[in-house]
Ligand binder design. Structure first.
Ligand code: ZN
Length: 73
């Protein structure tokens, strides 16, 4: 993804529209995602780099399900 479009692209659905960007506010014209324009752009850059989970950053190791195996039956 060209860096020039990160401020016009929705970090949630990937829709790109210059109208989504309104000053410092980003409101996706497709899915309605609302975010700070800089935050949205940063998320797009991270998504492009394959690191798009910054919003709910949790270093949970892949394959570790220790916290979800509480099932008394
Ligand atoms: Zn969207």
């Amino acid at each position: 993804m060209p860096a020039a479009y990160t401020s016009q692209t929705c970090s949630t659905c990937g829709h790109r529209d210059p109208r989504s960007r309104n000053g410092v506010v980003f409101t996706c014209t497709s899915c309605g995602h609302l975010d700070h324009a800089d935050t949205n752009a940063a998320l797009n850059i991270l998504n492009a780099a394959g690191l798009g989970r910054v919003r709910t950053w949790s270093p949970a190791p892949v394959g570790c399900e220790a916290s979800t195996t509480r099932r008394a039956a």
